[in-house]
Design a binder for this molecule. Structure first.
Ligand code: C2E
Ligand code: MG
Ligand code: MG
Length: 746
């Protein structure tokens, strides 16, 4: 057995200086450093404790555990953790008992942190160098070598190594925590979720209960305080109406200081965290600490706050974007995009839901008459009333200018009840405004396509409702959908048909009743499809208008009719006038007059021999634009007729301002002319009106001689109709003009 070693001499010459060692991080655990002495010689135990008893490292003393055999040590190590150093005798029960214990500690117990110093009595029992390397042994000394000073040094070094291993371990797990926290927070999509997540993660990293608040801090000193984005634990009580009020103490004061210093402040009982934001807003948090933070955790909190600031920024931006993308800024209601999502949800859950569009009647007029600000205020008031009065289970959205949408269970949506919400006037800027609403509804149950289609269908129902009666409502039905699809099909066919040259003009002669002489013709658009079928203009022109195709088609009509006029003139009919129909969409186009000029220029048609027909209904909309446009057209030398006259309600004075040249009596009034009613007919009134205003008058749709004669006696000099000629193919017109059919017929 090895002789017990007596520690040598004085401790005063010891070269161990621990006092100035400031740890980078706090030591693992607290209390004493635990040192296990394993030796079968009891004397070694007492001399070692005597030699090291006064050693302190980082303010922590040593505490000793004792084992007198390898077996005893094994048992002890099974139950005791947190042992920093083992001072281990090599030779005990067996010559290699110490080394076997080392293997057991490292391999079997998997304890890699504990430091091991091997001591042996006889140099001859030195373990192989391989074992020392392989089993992470800190020191290997013969007992005689191990003076008190050397023992001190060796144990101190071992404790330092133990401490570093733990510090590394802690920061590795700590950093892994930060990375995990970051990744998890990035997956959250709302400011609320994310900020609450941040508070919880800070608390977790600090090893504390979650208790704190997080605020948005835009630049400048706030008058009242900061908006609290999230709070948790007892700190939630610092929040008043969602604000953290300014104050000289507590969280508000700490946050103000962190913002002023632009850094994290760590106090014993709280943290004030500063998150520097890029998107014109910083953030700050206050977290209560149940106990002071150690250095490692401080470091982790710092790393976390600087890494999360970017994410916080992104979430703030995302929330802004989310709001802009899904909410109407004026009313704060969900917008069309959001509604489509909601409808999709309803479609998926197969709920018996109804989609109801609420269109405010005559909103455009109110807006024009009273100004946009007033219009906006009205929309806000409507939004408020709908939100307050409708069942809270119903979703509400604003999906367009003056169109709101209500979505929810069938039985919660009653059209008359929705309309009743508009019964009381809205008070806007001190004025009472009375509006009504028209509803278009679709039952999602009867609908198998997506949300966008459901909305389209509701829109179709709304249009139908409006065409029937303002202030009414209409439910979408499948047959309406079929009709619409047919129109869409026709639109595509028209587009390609126009490109393929399937459109052409027919010309219906216009005659002087007295002389029975043709003085002009009206150009009428025809579409013969590939398979030889004719699609009537009343059917395809509205589609061309609706699709915008009428602009190109209309320009082509202008040019084609002018070209025909030039050909007719070339055939010798110099006083011939060409009448061309112009649709409202085309007429409103900003370049319409340019297109007209271009057609005249390109074909060389004389403007004074060209007449444009606009409908009376069109003459009644947007009077200012119309008057201006008409004057511009008149300057080109082209004259103007009002088509289908008598069907609208143009006022006399208005007609005068329009400076038109001719009125065309609508076919309906020509048809109703009978001998009996001749005195009081609309046709007669129109003729009278034209005469008073000094306008030329023409009757259209004259089908028989009787009508022609009555019109003539009533004072209508000009006419057009099947009586004289059907619309003629281009080749046929000049031939017809050259013949004497009219005079023969008369
Ligand atoms: P509109 O301008 O009032 O044209 C007169 C319509 O009455 C023509 O129908 C013509 O064929 C028809 N008509 C003429 N005389 C008689 C008659 O004695 N009896 C009967 N029953 N009908 C007669 P169409 O060609 O079917 O045109 C329908 C409408 O389509 C036109 O009404 C006009 O509003 C529009 N349209 C035709 N061509 C064009 C065009 O080039 N551009 C635009 N924007 N609209 C056009
Ligand atoms: Mg016409
Ligand atoms: Mg007409």
């Amino acid at each position: 057995m090895p002789a017990p070693h007596t520690p040598s001499g004085a401790a005063q010459d010891d070269d161990l200086v621990f006092a100035d060692e400031t740890p980078a991080v706090a030591p693992h655990g607290s209390g004493a450093w635990r040192v296990l002495i394993v030796d079968d010689d009891a004397d070694v135990h007492s001399t070692t404790t005597f030699a090291l008893g006064s050693l302190e490292m980082h303010g922590r003393p040593l505490a000793f555990l004792h084992a007198y055999s390898a077996a005893q040590a094994m048992a002890l190590l099974e139950r005791e953790r947190d042992i920093a150093v083992i001072l281990l005798d090599v030779v005990m029960e067996q010559a290699d008992a110490g080394l076997q214990l080392v293997r057991h500690v490292r391999d079997t117990l998997g304890r890699h942190d504990v430091r091991i110093i091997l001591r042996t009595g006889q140099p001859g029992y030195a373990p192989e160098m391989d074992a020392i390397r392989g089993y992470d042994i800190n020191d290997y000394r013969t007992k005689s070598e191990l003076t008190r000073t050397k023992l001190y040094t060796s144990v101190a070094a071992a404790i330092r190594a133990y401490q570093q291993i733990h510090a590394l371990e802690d920061s590795r797990t700590g950093l892994a925590e930060v990375v995990r926290a970051n990744t998890e927070l990035m997956a959250l999509h709302s400011v609320g979720e994310m900020t609450l997540g941040i508070l919880r993660e800070v608390a977790a990293l600090a090893g504390q209960p979650a208790d704190g608040l997080l605020c948005a801090c835009p630049p400048g000193t706030p008058a009242v305080g900061w908006q609290v984005l999230a709070s948790c634990g007892p700190s939630a009580s610092y929040t008043h109406d969602g604000m953290l009020l300014r104050g000289a103490q507590g969280p508000a004061a700490a946050i103000a200081q962190a913002l002023a210093e632009r850094r994290n402040l760590v106090r014993d009982d709280h943290l004030a965290l500063y998150f520097s934001g890029k998107a014109h807003c910083d953030f700050a948090a206050w977290v209560r600490l149940a106990r002071p933070l150690d250095g490692l955790r401080r470091g982790l909190v710092d790393v976390f706050t600087s890494s999360i600031a970017v994410g916080l920024d992104n979430v703030a931006l995302m929330t802004d974007l989310h709001r802009a993308a899904f909410y109407d800024p004026l009313t704060g209601l969900p917008n069309r995009t959001r509604l489509v999502e909601l409808v999709d949800d309803s479609l998926q859950t197969r709920a018996d839901a109804t989609l109801c569009l609420v269109d405010i009647d005559q909103f455009a007029e109110t807006n024009d008459a009273l100004g946009h600000q007033f219009g906006d205020a009205l929309l806000v008031a409507v939004a408020q009333r709908l939100r307050q009065r409708l069942d809270a289970r119903l979703a509400l959205a604003r999906i367009g200018g003056d169109i709101f949408c209500v979505l929810g269970q069938d039985d919660l949506i009653d059209p008359p009840a929705v309309q009743d919400l508009f019964a009381a006037p809205f008070s806007i800027e001190g004025q009472d405004v009375q509006v009504s609403a028209t509803l278009g509804l679709v039952r999602l149950r009867e609908h198998d396509a997506g949300a966008a289609d459901a909305l389209k269908d509701a829109d179709i129902a709304l249009k139908r409702a409006k065409s029937l009666r303002r202030g009414g409502h209409f439910y979408f039905s499948r047959s309406m959908g079929v009709e619409i699809r047919e129109r869409v099909r026709l639109m595509h066919a028209l587009r390609s048909g126009f490109a393929r040259g399937e459109l052409f003009l027919a010309y219906q002669p216009q005659v002087e009743l007295a002389a029975r002489r043709a003085f002009g013709a009206e150009a009428l658009l025809r579409w013969r499809t590939e398979d030889g079928r004719f699609v009537p203009p009343d059917r395809f022109i509205p589609i061309a208008e609706y699709s915008g195709l009428i602009i190109d088609i209309g320009a082509w009509v202008l040019r084609e009719a002018c070209a025909e006029l030039v050909r007719v003139r070339a055939a010798g009919h110099l006083d011939f006038t060409m009448s061309i129909n112009v649709s409202q969409v085309q007429f409103r186009h900003p370049h319409f007059v340019d297109m007209l000029r271009q057609a005249l220029l390109d074909t060389g048609a004389p403007p004074e021999r060209v007449e444009l027909e606009i409908t009376e209904s069109m003459a009644m909309e947007e009077p200012d634009l119309l008057i201006e446009r008409l004057a511009e057209i008149k300057r080109t030398g082209v004259s103007i007729a009002i088509d289908d006259f008598g069907t609208g309600f143009s006022s006399l004075s208005y007609l005068q301002r329009l400076c038109v040249d001719r009125l065309k009596i609508d076919r309906a009034f020509v048809t109703e002319i009978t001998d009996a009613a001749r005195g009081s007919s609309i046709a007669e009134m129109v003729i009278e009106l034209g005469r008073n205003l000094g306008l030329s008058i023409i009757a259209e749709g004259v089908e028989d001689e009787r009508q022609a004669q009555i019109l003539q006696t009533l004072g209508c000099p000009l006419a057009q109709g099947y009586l004289f000629a059907r619309p003629l193919a281009p080749e046929a017109l000049i031939e017809w003009l050259g013949s004497d059919v009219l005079t023969r017929a008369a």
